[in-house]
Design a protein around this ligand. Sequence first.
Ligand SMILES: C[S@@+](CC[C@H](N)C(=O)[O-])C[C@H]1O[C@@H](n2cnc3c(N)ncnc32)[C@H](O)[C@@H]1O
Length: 299
Amino acid sequence: MTGPVVIGLENVPESDGRAYHSDKDSIYPLPADTDESARLTLQHKLIVGLFGGLLQPPVKEYIESHEHPAVVDVGCGPGDWIKDIKAAYPNAECSATDFAPTFASDPSTPVAFEFGNVLKRLPYADGQFDVTHMRMMVAALRADEWPHAIAEVIRITKPGGWIQLTELELKFHAPKAVTGAIKELEDESQEKFFGARNTEYFAAHRLPQYLTMAGLPSASVQVQRGYWDRTDVGGLGEAAFNTYYAVMQALSPVLATFSGNSVAYERARASKAMVEGEEQGVWMNWVTVWARKPKAGEM
Ligand SMILES: C[S@@+](CC[C@H](N)C(=O)[O-])C[C@H]1O[C@@H](n2cnc3c(N)ncnc32)[C@H](O)[C@@H]1O
């Protein structure tokens, strides 16, 4: 890659020596490098733990009723989800796509990777897949880009097949109102960072609406709370702390350009916010949505 072209990083003297995607039209702010892949692998474990598996029951049933189900992961990152699908269903024909060189192939779980941009046209035929999965694109899509991305996901799914989407709501919740550094970070990042990028913080909750507006008859929803809690050593609480901590550190150089603070200040504030969030019992909502694409004549 030729250096950061991430919006907000153009003028950042210090970007942690990290590598970013090179699509100048994209708002996606996170790195595309081995540290980020390690974080995504940890986050994958967190999500699978929170939802109790890789697949929602009807999607699982559908895959298991096919001898060679074709499954694809869109915006796959390092590809943990699709590799776990291949491991669980060795007869599945597994594909993965991402617009950055994030995918790491593993001969024990072969997956066909192709570069693809969900905001353009994915490199797949109409109705190619029995199951289409897309997860954690909230920071990658502007609010008005969601309908196109969802239309692409629906296009490549077979009539009668299933779509499964998972997103994180970009808001901190706690038993009482959040205060201190964590509140300050939320307000500032929503206003100056995500606001300026036209990010849809609540995309997680809008997924059913996006799917039905694109023509699907209905969608089902499951919400899980991701608490961060380092006393849950080796468990989901510790995994949540570590993955959110790594995201905030990775975002600090970009946040600094919007807030006017130094990168060091943003890093320190992010660390303080994490500790205060833990003390205040903060959680974030994870949402999984699944929907069947009807066959012709069913609507
Ligand atoms: C937060 S990561 C999630 C990765 C993976 N889905 C997971 O849950 O572990 C978002 C991924 O989307 C990719 N991405 C961002 N914008 C994209 C686009 N327009 N088309 C395809 N992939 C995109 C990024 O390169 C990154 O790998």
